[in-house]
Design a protein around this ligand. Structure first.
Ligand code: GLN
Length: 340
């Protein structure tokens, strides 16, 4: 399938292909390096005006496009930030990751593999054609169809119990109590016919494991969870630390669950731009149309950036650029190898 090369990633790729600075040999990252990388990425992009807020969820169009916050949280619990850490945005697709992780934790990776599928669809995150082409199979937990299916699989006898489970999981990853952004939830719930259609189509293919209307509602509510850049970075750092929150010390999921979670992130975390992202940056990441992106540097740190304007694929323009720069400056691309 011919794929449009989106401007943000094209720029990143151009930088790489021209041999952009690959800095120091792999070594322990110092505190000052983390802070310098965060500050530099903040300064470099703070005035960038590219991309556009999502508006298919009406409330998202009203979010301040100038919100721009960056945070790194290391696996030993140190925090480095720049920009706006006060503003919270709805994290939209990002909870797909943590709900999937919880399902893997509860039912094992095989359940996700068999009942949802882990191949990337290569199509837009809410594609219905992707479901049809695969007859409901291979719907990937990090795009809408697979995420609604994962939500339907989370344990709990009814909707209330399932929501409690979802919320507690997210709170444990974040190490704080996250709140639902009600205007965003209501705005999307009144307008999510497409996601409801997806849930019903999956039901027709026997790939929906709870009532489709209630599963879509739970999914919509989790998308409306609010977080700032630091809270997202703690969530990412928990994955970077093998499932143990480095700030609270609580084990949220097992190292085994974390391994499978990071693998799926690599295939589909940035939707149909995931291949380009992995090529340029190398770290598993997850984005949401609220403007957040988090990325995981296994064993080292989680990084998150919030900036609402998006590119055509639905990924924050500034967040992609900032994380790319930070990964390059800290020299942590996982496939950068010094020959012996
Ligand atoms: N709530 C959004 C939706 O279902 C989440 C999508 C996204 O962030 N890509 O469309």
């Amino acid at each position: 399938m011919t794929k449009m090369i989106h401007s943000t990633l094209r720029l990143l790729l151009t930088g790489i292909l021209l041999g952009a600075t690959i800095a120091l040999p792999a070594q322990k990252i110092k505190k000052a390096d983390y802070q310098a990388a965060v500050d530099k990425a903040y300064e470099k992009y703070k005035r960038l005006q590219e991309g556009k807020n999502a508006d298919y969820i009406k409330e998202l169009a009203t979010v301040d496009p100038d919100i721009y916050g960056i945070a790194i949280v290391t696996t030993d619990g140190k925090v480095y930030t720049a920009g706006d850490l006060d503003s919270r945005v709805s994290i939209q697709s990002i909870p797909k990751l943590f709900t999937m992780a919880k399902v893997i934790e509860e039912q094992g990776p095989r359940a996700v593999f068999d009942k949802i599928g882990v191949d990337a669809t290569g199509m837009r995150f809410n594609s219905i054609i992707a479901i049809e082409m695969n007859q409901g199979k291979e719907i990937n937990p990090l795009v809408n169809p697979g995420a609604i299916a994962a939500t339907s699989m989370i344990s709990g006898l009814d909707s209330v119990a399932k929501w409690k489970n979802i919320l507690e999981t997210h709170n444990d990853f974040a190490g704080t109590e996250l709140k639902v952004n009600h205007p965003v939830y209501v705005s999307e719930a009144n307008d999510n016919l497409r996601n409801q259609a997806i849930a019903h189509l999956l039901k027709a293919y026997n790939r929906m494991y709870f009532d489709p209307v209630e599963a879509t509602d739970l999914y919509t509510k989790q998308c409306a969870l609010n977080a700032n850049a630091k809270e997202l970075a703690v969530m990412a750092a928990t994955l970077a630390n093998g499932g143990k929150n480095p700030v609270t010390g609580k084990t949220v999921v097992s190292p085994r669950t974390t391994t499978f979670t990071l693998s799926v992130m690599s295939t589909a975390g940035l939707y149909d731009d995931s291949g380009q992202w992995l090529f340029a940056v190398g770290l598993p990441a997850k984005s949401g149309v609220g403007g957040g992106i988090l990325a995981v540097c296994p064993g080292k740190f989680g990084v998150a950036v919030i900036s609402p304007p998006l590119n055509e694929a639905g990924n924050s323009v500034k967040a992609q650029k900032a994380i790319y720069d930070i990964v390059r400056d800290l020299d942590v691309h996982p496939y950068r190898i010094d020959p012996k």
